[in-house]
Design a protein around this ligand. Structure first.
Ligand SMILES: [Mn+2]
Length: 438
């Protein structure tokens, strides 16, 4: 990943974001705490331009008359991706624009409360033609919370070719620079923070109402790991305070996002922690290996396996954690984003974004309908590490993946059992490295 110039090539980022700042930095911080070294966490990130500012007068001019606007965000949107998109959409609609939000894929059901959710067009749920037409006809396309067009799957090529003026609003590393208007700041805690600030810079702070504010708050809350990651600056708290002042009920947003588990998801978590967790103290490693029939048995939905790997990494003395999931993908095979997809290693089961608890779920144990004849067997791996042990190197060398030093994804075309055997057979080679990891 490191190039000769010492600059990292981040082109293999494939896992769902927010994590760049949220899940990697804490491990740096852990490292800093342990060594007592006084290094700013950002000093450990690759040297990149920290931000690019929008040409505000030109941008104001662009939005000075009603436009057809498409907003899109990354594969398997998280709360910041969807929240920033819907907040920006809510604002643009108030300003008289015609706005469509298109997501490349579905997203977790705990985001369905967001204002504007019911109008979201999910590209890969049979809306490919409609989406392509909207993108082709748009005057302006806003790309939020991702920095490379491959993060939006097939939609990427359509956006690239579209005649529209393109706008990037993002906080991830190394943007592809495909947009004429870039508001990019890796120091921003969330894209939702950038949206909040941009609306203010456009002189429209008063347009931020409670529904828009709730979406912004959700993005900031989740991307900062509930205000605990190092990205949680004074500014983040000040913005949150202003949102509270506007009438956003932060406890309500927190509850909607975090206290909205299905019974099946919790039982799945219980099952996995009880039955599937394997701890290998001799390698300071812990892993879960999950069968596709287990996902079906617990009616696993998009987002349900998110964060699982962190339970394994939270074990005292463990420095490498892995979730290995047998998933059967659709005929098209894994998407480019999935290919390196860490936390997004979910089974391609039914969409559930509009469902209330179990609203569109069949009884537990009933397999999801979907492509099975042409399905491609594939096993996904999601890696986390702490300290200087690089799961990026590990995943790249052995599991056709990569990502970042402390968070990476990978894949295997072997069966689940064979993949586990292969993983275990690699550990002795890394034993010394794992043992000396700080
Ligand atoms: Mn984000």
């Amino acid at each position: 990943m490191e190039t000769a110039s010492g600059r990292a090539s981040w082109d293999k980022i494939g896992w769902d974001d927010g994590l760049v700042l949220c899940e990697i930095l804490p491990s740096f911080v852990g490292q800093i705490k342990k060594t007592g070294a006084k290094i700013a966490p950002t000093a450990l990130l690759p040297r990149v331009q920290p931000h690019s500012m929008l040409d505000l007068p030109a941008f104001k001019e662009l939005l000075s008359s009603p436009k057809q606007i498409v907003i899109t965000t990354h594969h398997k949107p998280d709360a910041d991706a969807l929240g920033s998109s819907l907040a920006w959409a809510g604002y643009l609609k108030k300003k008289g624009h015609r706005v469509h939000v298109i997501t490349p894929t579905d997203y977790p059901r705990f985001l369905a409360w967001m204002h504007g959710n019911e109008e979201v067009i999910v590209f890969n749920e049979g809306n490919e033609q409609q989406s392509a037409q909207l993108v082709r006809e748009a005057d302006v396309i806003c790309c939020l919370d991702f920095s490379s067009l491959k993060r939006i799957n097939e939609l990427g090529g359509i956006v690239r070719e579209a005649k529209a003026r393109k706008v990037l609003i993002d906080h991830h590393l190394e943007p592809e620079h495909f947009a004429e208007f870039e508001l990019w700041d890796i120091k921003a805690a969330a894209t939702a923070q950038l949206v909040y600030e941009l609306i203010g810079q456009l002189g429209d702070h008063r347009e931020i109402d409670v529904p828009i504010g709730e979406c912004i708050y959700a993005g900031i809350m989740t991307d900062t790991g509930s205000f605990r990651h190092p990205s949680t600056t004074q500014k983040v708290h000040l913005i949150s305070a202003e949102l509270i002042g506007l009438g956003v009920q932060t406890n309500k947003v927190h509850r909607l996002v975090y206290d909205n588990n299905t019974e099946a998801k919790l039982r799945f978590l219980g099952f996995v922690l009880m039955e599937k967790l394997v701890v290998l103290p001799e390698f300071r490693t812990a892993y879960f290996a999950i069968r596709s029939e287990e996902l079906i048995r617990y009616d696993s939905q998009t987002g349900d396996t998110e964060g699982l790997v962190n339970y394994a990494l939270s074990i005292e003395n463990v420095v490498m954690a892995v979730v290995i999931i047998d998933r059967t993908d659709g005929a098209a095979g894994p998407s480019p984003a999935d290919r390196f997809g860490g936390p997004a290693a979910e089974p391609p089961l039914r969409s559930n974004r509009t469902g209330g608890p179990a609203a569109n779920s069949g009884p537990v144990g009933v397999p999801a309908e979907g492509p099975s004849l042409s399905a491609v067997r594939s096993v996904k791996l999601s890696f986390r590490s702490s300290g200087d042990f690089s799961v990026n190197d590990f995943a790249r060398q052995h599991f056709d993946g990569g990502g970042h030093r402390n968070a990476a994804g990978g894949r295997s075309e072997l069966t689940l059992d064979e993949t586990v055997q292969r993983f275990l057979s690699l550990l002795p080679e890394y034993r010394e490295q794992l043992l000396r990891t700080q």
